[in-house]
Design a protein around this ligand. Structure first.
Ligand SMILES: NC(=O)c1ccc[n+]([C@@H]2O[C@H](COP(=O)([O-])OP(=O)(O)OC[C@H]3O[C@@H](n4cnc5c(N)ncnc54)[C@H](OP(=O)(O)O)[C@@H]3O)[C@@H](O)[C@H]2O)c1
Length: 340
């Protein structure tokens, strides 16, 4: 399988590393020989139709900051869109930063790849939150796949659990904690009695929150993920603008303590039932959703199986790379079926 990777940061870099670590068992167990034909970042690309050496790519990124500095295969200044257009590949892996304003640069990468009839795997929730119904249609129109397991729950297979394990049932509603940073902040406020500002600083010091924490604490990250769940699992044609959204920026210690005095914990909960909401909610401590620290948890309520909750870490480079690899194997299976 020929692969183009766009974005070589925490997730894209981990994906390249994972391919390198697992080459032997991918060939042995799955009959798949991944060939990285092009890798691009913000400054340019490295291209070799015969396949780039993963270890060499990782060393170039570490030493020189960009794959475009590879002396033999480097192409400084080449954009992701040009790389996708000008190189043959079955799969494009898109792992550039999330942008919920206009989805760029990921939106152009994904649209170009689908239009060029290349399958897409992405961990980037920005373009999906803004235009998932249209992107799924574009993929279908061009006869290719768009997969995004890593956008919700990092390596925890939240989307796959609902899509496959609950296949045959009818999922009625979904609610969950989809953002580890806000869960960490609310846990610190509850367990350590820290005011919001101090808990946020702690989260930033521990590396769980960005210098600009708005995506997390104002609920956009959670909203993007519930939009993806609503489209993919509940078949609702919705985007970010359909979400009723309230983050945790204004939560006071008093609200946290009031919840605790009633045997509950305040959590940032995303829910999709009638409408789609993101808001702080008090959850009973004995409910399976009531997880602490940076954990994510999602409860699916289905017509026959009742409530099922899946819990796991919601982020991390290698964790998310494992979700990208899962998508790659699924696409490989789909392609093999078509070719039979
Ligand atoms: N980190 C996680 O745990 C995690 C988990 C789940 C999902 N995600 C999502 O996965 C995506 C990647 O996350 P990350 O943590 O790997 O981010 P990151 O470390 O910031 O890496 C982003 C990469 O994208 C590249 N890039 C930026 N602008 C570009 C452009 N115009 N064209 C081509 N490449 C460009 C950057 O290149 P330069 O280095 O040259 O600037 C960098 O290699 C994000 O959408 C994120 O929300 C992350």
């Amino acid at each position: 399988v020929r692969i183009i990777v766009i974005g070589t940061g925490i997730v894209g870099g981990s994906f390249i590393k994972l391919l390198s670590l697992r080459t032997a068992d991918l060939i042995r167990d799955f009959g798949i020989r991944p060939r990285l034909v092009a890798v691009a970042d913000e400054y340019g690309a490295a291209i070799n139709s015969q396949g780039l050496d993963q270890e060499r790519l990782l060393a170039t990124i570490k030493k020189k900051g960009s794959v475009c500095h590879d002396p033999k295969f480097g192409n400084p200044g080449l954009t992701g869109v040009e790389v996708i257009r000008e190189n043959d590949a079955e799969v494009v892996v898109e792992a550039t930063p999330t942008n919920v304003v206009n989805g760029e640069p990921g939106m152009s990468h994904i649209r170009t790849a689908l239009t060029e009839r290349k399958n897409v795997i992405t961990s980037n929730k920005g373009p999906l939150a803004l235009a998932l119904p249209a992107l799924l249609e574009l993929a279908q129109y061009n006869g290719v796949h768009l997969r995004f397991s890593g956008t919700v729950g990092g390596g925890t297979p939240i989307l796959d659990f609902a899509k496959r394990s609950l296949l045959g049932d009818q999922i009625i509603s979904v609610q969950g904690i989809l953002n580890g940073t806000t869960n960490y902040i609310l846990t610190q406020m509850t367990d350590e009695g820290l005011p919001f500002d101090v808990a946020l600083k702690e989260a930033q010091k521990a590396g769980f929150a960005e210098a600009n924490p708005s995506m997390d604490i104002d609920g956009y990250d959670t909203a993007a993920k519930i939009v993806i769940i609503a489209n993919w699992i509940l078949k609702k044609r919705v985007t970010l603008k359909n979400v009723e959204l309230r983050g945790i920026r204004n939560i006071t210690l008093k609200e946290v303590k009031d919840a605790a005095s009633k045997g509950k914990r305040l959590k940032l909960i995303a829910s999709a039932e009638g409408g789609i909401q993101v808001a702080p909610k008090a959850i009973p401590i004995d409910h399976p959703l009531c997880v602490s620290g940076v954990l994510n948890a999602v409860t699916f309520t289905s017509k026959y199986a009742g409530e099922e909750t899946i819990v796991g870490r919601g982020a991390g480079g290698m964790e998310t790379a494992s979700a990208l690899l899962r998508d790659l194997l699924e696409i490989k299976n789909q392609l093999a079926r078509i070719n039979i």
